[in-house]
Write a protein that binds this ligand. Sequence first.
Ligand code: NAD
Length: 249
Amino acid sequence: MRLQGKRILISAAAQGIGRASALACAAEGASVIAVDINEEGLAALAAGGDTIETHRLDVRDRAAIDALATKTGGFDGLFNCAGFVHNGTILDVSEEDWAFSTDLNVTSMYRMTQAFLPGMLDRAGKTGTVSILNMASMASSIKGFANRAVYGTTKAAVIGLTKSVAADFVKQGVRCNALCPGTVDTPSLRGRIASAADPVQAEKDFIARQPMGRLATVDDITPLVLYLLSDESRFVTGQAMLVDGGVTI
Ligand code: NAD
């Protein structure tokens, strides 16, 4: 088992990539703490197996994050997966939209890392290696996309944060990488398609920008999550790893 004996914390775990990652990590022997604000989704996840413990956690709530860190202690893996896709050019982004997206997509990772890194450093002192994985996107500093002004900005910042953490803690056994998926078929993507003026065309457009001719499934993404959280990636840090079906060829 690739994650036997590891304790892993995953945010945004009630659905989509976070949920699939929680299940995949548990299947590889990790004891997983899955957090989200969607309690119904967490309950369904917890029902699936006894190696997944769930907690309601709003990653925008510093006090709640600190309280969880005190309660749970050290982790070998932290997957900061929570994020939100705002649709629009820079002319469409209100101050409120901007503040929300930067807070959820980037500042939450600063809060989570600050709260959980001390416990991870303790674990690294014993085991030699721990891993932080931050959810970025191909829409970031890597590539620009129409109508992703604040989203692309925040995901570029995630890559910057990732490299900074990697540089600061490389000598203490902490690895930190960013995951950059293409378009993945998840509940929020289905919501974006459904809310388009022409949902059929919107789905076709999402597929058309994927050179492999299809959307990713969550199962296309979890192998890279497992790799980056496991010791198989022990010589990899500070990287923005793409899994995008060829979009950035
Ligand atoms: P999703 O958007 O369908 O679900 C997101 C989950 O995050 C939900 O369960 C939601 O309740 C939770 N969440 C929202 N706010 C939260 C908060 N404040 N605290 C805790 N949890 C919160 O899932 P997804 O599409 O798999 O997206 C997950 C991540 O992957 C996001 O960061 C997203 O930007 C990124 N991503 C997604 C795609 C894609 O095409 N789906 C592509 C690249 C990157």
